[in-house]
Design a protein around this ligand. Structure first.
Ligand code: NI
Length: 178
């Protein structure tokens, strides 16, 4: 496995629409393995293939949740999920707001509203088909990652004024880090 460089805004690759995958091959599984390792190293909880420069409809997600009652950060449990050619079939009217971030918009956060419950269809790591209702934090993360497949970043859901503020903060942060 390998840690890949993460594409960051304003790289134009993040604006492109990713293409569906024909089949889940060993080569694709290698990409998913590398994406997962890249995501864990970042660290992050979700990554779309375009964020490592591959314009294919593939996502990895691992919420790495703490078991109930556990407070030790080292006890987070890894449970990787793989989504190939994901589609959203239904969205609830009810919305949920989360303070979102993105590895392609480093260290910037903003509250984004998304449908609370979705019904989604996808292929997994082994190429098996799934169709399932998804709610909670996973619903938000999956929708955020699926936006990447359409060339959409979470900051694109903000007003231009708020988005420009976030991008200005990012530019300032990069200057300080340089
Ligand atoms: Ni993202």
């Amino acid at each position: 496995m390998a840690i890949l460089p993460i594409v960051e805004t304003p790289d134009p690759r993040l604006k492109q629409v990713s293409q569906p995958v024909d089949a889940v091959t060993d080569e694709l599984r290698r990409l998913m393995d590398d994406m997962l390792e890249t995501m864990y190293a970042a660290p992050g909880i979700g990554l779309a293939a375009i964020q490592v420069g591959e314009p294919v409809r593939v996502l990895v997600i691992d919420l790495q949740e703490l078991p109930e009652g556990e407070e030790d950060e080292d006890k987070r449990v890894r449970a990787p999920l793989y989504f190939v050619n994901p589609e959203i079939l239904e969205r609830s009217q009810e919305m949920t707001t989360y303070n979102e971030g993105c590895l392609s918009v480093p260290e910037q956060y903003a509250e984004i509203d998304r449908p609370s419950v979705i019904r989604a269809r996808w292929l997994d790591y082994d190429g098996n088909a799934h169709e399932q209702e998804i709610d909670g934090f996973l619903a938000t993360v999956l929708q955020h990652e699926m936006d990447h497949l359409e060339g959409i970043l979470f900051i694109d859901h903000l007003s231009k004024l708020k988005r420009d503020m976030v991008l200005k903060k990012l530019t300032k942060m990069r200057k300080l880090a340089a």
